[in-house]
Write a protein that binds this ligand. Structure first.
Ligand code: SF4
Length: 727
């Protein structure tokens, strides 16, 4: 799965008055055009209501060359237009929107003034040909002037967007030369976050009409205008031309985003498949430059992208790598921290709150954890936040030694089948791509016959366990949960039933005590319980990602009752989303204390978050955790558990079998189950498959140089697979 990004923005064409006369432009006017402050305030209120995260300030160039505009600016108390733009940006920031300005060629002083109130800025290079017919009468369209502005922005550390116009009369080799010129500036300053490849589309003239109004109306109705004829100076372009430009961008600027406007051609999809990464700002009020071309709806684009393996996700106008005091003014960064903190990449410490990380504690903490000692919150926090490669290697070694001491060299797995009987759910967790409302077209509920068939297939496959979990179905009572257990037992009495998360147990309990619930479930055939729904056992995190879910204290209560009833359970953690290192530390404290009380956990299962088709991924900017971070966390979990839970599992569904195999060097001794079907991670966008054969898991153990064994749910060994003797 690959992320394709877009920004949810609102366009403010603060002034369309322009000093240039570009022939392709129907946006600019040479009469006086300037929104008054009260009109700006109203538009910003509208933008806020429409949920825009970015304010795109798009203007003509140097509108104050028009005497009437200059007089109005003076009236509003501004010496020049940039001062008025800066005021509008401040008003947007006050409403929690991030400004991105595109006001044409600027001086160093103007760029610097705008830097104080913007998250990013932009200027299209357009072309490197200084003699294009379309640019006659537009001196600032000279490539030297534009490259000068783009370079100065780099010197001022401004996250910047640029791009080229394709089809305005330039020769094909000039397009590549323009990309090379951008690549050179980017090599010098590293400030280009994205390059737009914008194909020229001819427009009608709007003659006194307001493009902003045409755009807004077109966006609301989703109706495209009549195509206009291609002018004589234009160059026809083909999809293949655009494809080769995407490839050139990748070659020249591999670390820069490639943006394709999705409203200007039907090519955006093949160009994404070619390697473009971004669909730009999808303005709630339409495209003011090409107003007769409304943006396709996010929903429609997502539907087209998803089956092809792309997840359409929101970004801010400033790309994550620039969310840093080096690149942004503190006042703007404060808005990101306050409103959009989940978009800030984690760099060792927290995103919402800076806390001192006691790196000095790490060596002694590793040594004590290796001996099984419990770590303090500060020590655990430092392990989860660790970034130094040598310290991470020390963590890996200690975790690996602890694994060898507690679980030996044998890599275990279970032959099982997952059955998610229904995905209907009323809880609505922001990290979940599985749960669906009852009326959703994607909602399902297996029939009893279907369920029986799945159980029979599991038996034929050689499974010893069925794992059953569902959404929180609004109509199910404990009798339904008992029913499914009985049906499974009726079909295959020999199977171990590993069923029902603490959230399901809590939902089915109603007025019953937890002891009664477990008594009834055991009588119906329950063998053990998955310790899912734990997410992070810290109510602050739970409030942020799943406010309707059972609180941490209730999760502990359910599991404690489960263990007291003599039913073993696993325990999980879901990490790599918005949690802070100290919140994971608290999770591990709770888990360890619970295990010390009951001894009922069979294994600890770290589950890295899959963001693609979840609310957290789509709208909160959460990217998948890197393989390196995933492995580091794996080692930290092993060290945090000490000698309390001997088995640490790697989830191949979440991290992929290759990374799970590597995790065998980071404290892991178990590779989980064959699963046969898996809906929860798949529906969140996991691409690691839903089923493995025992041979795959045995092969993974052998690839790590370790023997394998099939186990049952409670870790009884069923069959051993010694390492093959080298030929
Ligand atoms: S995680 Fe579980 S409880 Fe939350 S929405 Fe998904 S299915 Fe429902």
């Amino acid at each position: 799965m690959r992320r394709v990004t877009f920004s949810r923005n609102f366009t403010l064409s603060l002034s369309r008055t322009c000093q240039c006369y570009c022939k392709y432009c129907a946006f600019a006017t040479h009469r006086a055009h300037l929104y008054a402050p009260d009109e700006v305030e109203k538009l910003l209120d509208d933008a806020s209501r429409r949920g825009a995260k970015e304010l795109l300030v798009l203007t003509g160039e140097k509108p104050e060359v028009n005497a009437e505009v200059a007089a109005r600016l003076a009236d509003y108390g501004h010496d020049d237009f940039v001062s008025y733009v800066a005021w509008a940006c401040e008003r947007a920031l006050a409403r929690g929107m991030l400004p991105h300005t595109n006001v044409g060629v600027c001086s160093r002083n103007e760029l610097a003034r705008l830097r104080e109130v913007t998250a990013s800025q932009g200027l299209m290079l357009e072309s490197v040909n200084p003699d294009l017919v379309v640019h006659q009468g537009s001196p600032t369209k000279h490539p030297a002037a534009r490259l000068d502005t783009i370079r100065t922005a780099g010197e001022l550390r401004i996250p910047f967007t640029s791009g080229i116009l394709v089809g305005i009369g330039e020769a094909p080799q000039e397009r590549v030369a323009a990309l090379e010129a951008l690549a050179e500036v980017h090599r010098e300053h590293g400030h280009l976050q994205e390059v737009i490849l914008q194909n020229f589309v001819p427009h009608p003239r709007y003659y006194g009409a307001e493009p902003a109004e045409i755009a807004d109306a077109a966006q609301r109705s989703e109706a495209h205008g009549e195509p206009a004829p291609l002018p004589g100076w234009a160059t026809p372009i083909s999809l293949d031309d655009m494809r080769s430009l995407v490839r050139e961008c990748q070659r020249l600027m591999p670390d820069v985003g490639i943006q394709i406007p999705p409203n200007l051609s039907d090519w955006w999809l093949p160009l994404i498949e070619e390697g473009a990464t971004d669909l730009g700002g999808l303005s709630a009020n339409g495209d003011h430059i090409s107003p007769e071309h409304p943006f396709p709806s996010v929903h429609r684009m997502r539907k087209q992208l998803q089956p092809r393996g792309y997840a359409l996700t929101e970004r801010l106008c400033v790309y994550p790598q620039y969310m840093d005091p080096e690149w942004m003014e503190q006042g703007v960064l404060d808005v990101v921290k306050l409103k959009f903190w989940s978009f800030i990449p984690r760099r060792g410490s927290g995103r919402r709150e800076e806390r001192a990380i006691r790196r000095d504690l790490v060596p002694a903490a590793i040594a004590r954890a290796r001996e099984g000692g419990a770590l303090t919150e500060d020590e655990l926090t430092a392990l989860f936040a660790e970034t130094r490669p040598e310290a991470i290697e020390d963590m890996r070694q200690a975790a690996d030694e602890l694994r060898a001491e507690l679980a030996g060299d044998t890599v275990t797995f279970v032959v099982n089948r997952n059955i998610n009987i229904s995905n209907i759910c009323v809880v609505g967790c922001a990290f979940c791509g599985f749960g669906q409302g009852k009326r959703s077209p994607d909602a399902y509920e297996h029939s009893e016959a279907d369920f029986r068939r799945r159980v029979r297939e599991a038996v034929e496959f050689g499974a010893t366990e069925i794992c059953m979990q569902s959404g929180i179905h609004p109509d199910w009572t404990i009798a339904d949960y008992e029913h499914w257990l009985r049906v499974a037992k009726d079909e295959a009495p020999q199977l171990h039933l590993h069923a029902y998360s603490p959230m399901e147990v809590d939902a089915m309990a109603g007025e019953l005590s937890l002891a009664e619930v477990f008594e009834r479930l055991v009588a119906a055939g329950l063998g053990s319980t998955p310790g899912t729904a734990a997410e992070v056992l810290h109510d602050g995190v739970r409030e942020r990602i799943s406010p309707n879910k059972l609180p941490a204290g209730r999760w502990v209560e359910v599991i404690e009752a489960c263990h007291t009833a003599g039913v073993r359970s696993t325990v999980t953690v879901m990490f790599g989303h918005i949690e802070e290192p100290w919140e994971l530390a608290e999770h591990m404290r709770v888990v360890r204390a619970l295990q010390e009380r009951t001894g009922g956990f069979t294994e600890f299962v770290p589950l890295s978050f899959i963001p693609f088709h979840t609310m957290l991924g789509r709208t909160h900017g959460i990217e998948p955790i890197s393989r390196e971070e995933n492995l580091k966390h794996t080692a930290a979990f092993r060290l945090a558990l000490g000698k309390t839970i001997p088995s640490l599992q790697a989830s191949w569904v979440k991290m992929g079998l290759e990374a799970a195999t590597e995790a065998l060097r980071w404290g892991v001794n178990d590779l989980g189950g064959t699963l046969m079907e898996e809906s929860i991670s798949r529906m969140a966008g996991s691409e690691h498959g839903v089923r493995l054969d025992p041979e795959d898991l045995i092969g993974a153990a052998w690839a790590a140089g370790r023997p394998a064994a099939e186990r049952d749910t409670l870790y009884g060994i069923r069959r051993r697979y010694q390492l093959p003797v080298a030929a």
